[in-house]
Design a protein around this ligand. Sequence first.
Ligand code: SF4
Length: 302
Amino acid sequence: MRLTGVHLLLTYQCTFECDHCFVWGSPRQTGTMTLQTVRRILREAESLGTVEWVYFEGGEPLLFHPVLVQAVDEAVETGFRVGLVSNAYWATSPEDAELWLGPLAGKVADLTLSSDQYHSDERLSQQARDARAAAEKLTMPVGICSIAGPEAGARGVTGQLPHGEIAVMFRGRAAETLAPRAPRRPWTELRECPHEELAEPDRVHVDPFGYVHLCQGISLGNVLEESLREICNRYDPATHPITGPLLNGGPAELARRYDREPGPGDTFADACHLCDSTRRGLRARFPEVLTPDQMYGVPEGQ
Ligand code: SF4
């Protein structure tokens, strides 16, 4: 595995609980990365010698602004290019947004603002507009990420979607809340993973607990227990209990391999929907891989 990108999920907490979120972000979530863990991951990423980009995501990473600012500083000092993904909740005016972004100016090389009708009543929220204006004033490269409605379906490739929108992936909370409104396909047709490079991954996500995710909720190991290099070297796509079947025939094969076939006429919104549903039923069998609970819902009692 030759990683060029490491994405740090700085927190599972978020100001919103969007229907399309595939990591179950919520104000009720738990799990936030400490600066000590950030430093450890940066060291591990540096030691690989191939990582160019480090992204800070969540949840909403700007909820922990001082830690984020320090983490971005240290990532830049280590030599990484840094990206940041945010919902812009903090941009209460262009002037105030500049205060939030000022300490990150000249360091963040890619700011992605999530804004669509899941986050606010308008596709481009006032906060996203103000955050974009502040970023432009600070000459910080900035873009908007808008997710289309579920009715467009997972097969709505860019040209078929409203301009500037990308399709929903029906995993995480989106599998539960949006899949019922999407066009459906027979489960037997869902024979490949459409979004992740499972055979030759070039990026991973690392969460606040140290889990290294190939796709959200499919862990390759824990960077607090062994080195990222060991985790990468150990990964064998063909024999991994989840990616092996996925590579061999997509989510349909994953379901077959572990005797979890849906009924003959059952339909799903997309491959991720079937994958998510099958993995959910396999968690007790592969507790070290299909983890943590935060990737499969908001833990009870939160
Ligand atoms: S099919 Fe499964 S592994 Fe592939 S992107 Fe969808 S949820 Fe992730």
